[in-house]
Write a protein that binds this ligand. Structure first.
Ligand SMILES: Nc1nc2c(ncn2[C@@H]2O[C@H](COP(=O)(O)OP(=O)(O)OP(=O)(O)O)[C@@H](O)[C@H]2O)c(=O)[nH]1
Length: 352
C-alpha cells in the first residue's frame, strides 16, 4: 500500500516536472521556491521551540517577497543578486552562529550552484562564477568555523530533519538542473534536425530529406510515385520583377503544392525553382491525375507581390513510379520532365 502510494507520488511529481518548461522558467519561480523553503523552516523552528529563528525566517521571507513583488520588475540584476547571496548568508549564519554546522544547513549552499545555472541568464557568467566562489568559501568556513555555543541547541533528531530537508533541496536542485540541461539539449537537437532537413525559403523539406524519405519509402510502401516539378521560364520572373519577388513566388508555389498532398506524402524543394513530390500508395494513372490538377491550379493561380503586383506562371512535371532503385526512378522522372520542357512546357509527362 505504502509502496503504491510512493510510486504514485513519484510518477505524479515526475509528470508535473516534465510538463514545466524550465527553459522559460523565470527568476520569479526561484524566488517563490525560496519563500516556500523558508516557510517550511519557519514552521519547523516553531515546532522546535525556537521563536527567534522563526522571526529570522519571517524577515527573510519578507525580503524575498519584496524582491519578488517590487525589485524584480525594476531591477532584475539586484533581485537576482539578493536571491542568491541572501540564502548564502542565511545558511552561513545558521551554521556558524545559530545552530552550528551539525544542523546540516550548509548543504543548502550546494543547491545554489545548479540553481544558478537554472535561473541566471546565460550571459551572466561572472555572476555564476562569483556565486560558485562564494559557495566554496562559505561552505568551507561554515565547516571549519564554530562560533560556540550555538544559540539553539537542537537535538540529533531535529538536526536530522533539517539535514534531510537540505539534502532534499540539493537533490531537487540537481534534478531540475539535469532536466533543464537535457531539455535544452533535446530542443537544440530538434532545431538542428529541422535546419538540416528544411529549405529555409519555402520551409519545405530539402533535397537531402527528400532523398532520405524516398529511400525509406522504397521498403515501406512499394506503390509510390515521384513527381519532379520545374517552374517554367522562372528566370523571366526574376528578370522582370526582381529576385525578391522571385522568392515570394517560390514560397507561394510551395504553399500551393502542399495543398495538393496528403498527410503521408512529401513535398520538397530540391533547389532553385525545382520541386519534388512523393505520393504514397499511388498508381501511375492517379499520379498523372494529381499532377494535372497541380498544373491546372498553378496556371490559374494569381501570384501576388507587394504594390499590387500580380502575375501568372506555369510549370512542367515529370512523373515516375518509385522502383527498387531510387536513383533510376529520379532519372526517369527527370527525363520525363525534360520531355515536358522540350514539348513546350506547361505539361505533365509520365515516364515509360
Ligand atoms: N528568386 C530566386 N530565384 C532563384 C532561386 N534559385 C534559383 N533561382 C533562379 O531561377 C532561375 C532558373 O532559370 P533557368 O534554369 O534558366 O530556368 P527557367 O528560366 O525556369 O527556364 P526553364 O526551366 O527552361 O523553363 C535563375 O534565374 C535563377 O537565378 C531562388 O532561391 N530565388
Amino acid at each position: 500500500m505504502l509502496k503504491t502510494m510512493a510510486e504514485t507520488a513519484m510518477l505524479l511529481s515526475k509528470s508535473i516536472l516534465e510538463r514545466i518548461n524550465f527553459s522559460h522558467m523565470t527568476h520569479r519561480v526561484y524566488l517563490l521556491m525560496l519563500i516556500l523553503l523558508s516557510s517550511i523552516h519557519a514552521i519547523l523552528f516553531a515546532i522546535f521551540g525556537a521563536p527567534f529563528l522563526v522571526s529570522l525566517d519571517f524577515v527573510v521571507i519578507i525580503i524575498y517577497g519584496l524582491t519578488l513583488l517590487v525589485i524584480e520588475a525594476r531591477y532584475p540584476l539586484i533581485s537576482r543578486t539578493i536571491s542568491h547571496f541572501l540564502p548564502l548568508l542565511h545558511c552561513f549564519a545558521y551554521c556558524t552562529i545559530f545552530l552550528s554546522r551539525d544542523s546540516g544547513m550548509f548543504l543548502y549552499l550546494l543547491a545554489l550552484v545548479p540553481a544558478s545555472f537554472l535561473f541566471f541568464e546565460r550571459r551572466d557568467y561572472w555572476l555564476r562564477t562569483l556565486l560558485t566562489f562564494f559557495v566554496f568559501v562559505l561552505s568551507s568556513l561554515s565547516l571549519s568555523f564554530r562560533i560556540t555555543p550555538p544559540w539553539y541547541q537542537l537535538d540529533a533528531f531535529q538536526n536530522g530533519i533539517l539535514t534531510t530537508l537540505a539534502v532534499g533541496a540539493v537533490s531537487f536542485s540537481l534534478y531540475l538542473f539535469y532536466l533543464n540541461f537535457s531539455r535544452r539539449l533535446e530542443d537544440k537537437n530538434q532545431e538542428l534536425i529541422y535546419l538540416a532537413q528544411t529549405d529555409s525559403l519555402t520551409k519545405l523539406s530539402n533535397r537531402r530529406h527528400f532523398i532520405e524519405q524516398i529511400k525509406l519509402a522504397i521498403h515501406a510502401k512499394p506503390d509510390c510515385a515521384v513527381l519532379l516539378i520545374d517552374l517554367d521560364h522562372f528566370k523571366n520572373i526574376n528578370d522582370s520583377y526582381g529576385h525578391f519577388v522571385g522568392d515570394i513566388a517560390l514560397a507561394q508555389s510551395a504553399e500551393l503544392f502542399s495543398e495538393h498532398i496528403g498527410n503521408e506524402d512529401l513535398v520538397a524543394r530540391l533547389g532553385g525553382e525545382e520541386f519534388a513530390i512523393m505520393i504514397k500508395n499511388c498508381s501511375p494513372a492517379k499520379a498523372v491525375e494529381v499532377a494535372q490538377q497541380i498544373r491546372g491550379d498553378f496556371e490559374a493561380h494569381k501570384f501576388k507581390a507587394e504594390n499590387d503586383l500580380s502575375f501568372h506562371m506555369t510549370l512542367s512535371i515529370g512523373i515516375s513510379r518509385l522502383g527498387s532503385d531510387y536513383q533510376s526512378s529520379l532519372s526517369r522522372a527527370d527525363r520525363a520532365l525534360y520531355q515536358a520542357k522540350q514539348g513546350g512546357r506547361n505539361q505533365v509527362i509520365l515516364a515509360e
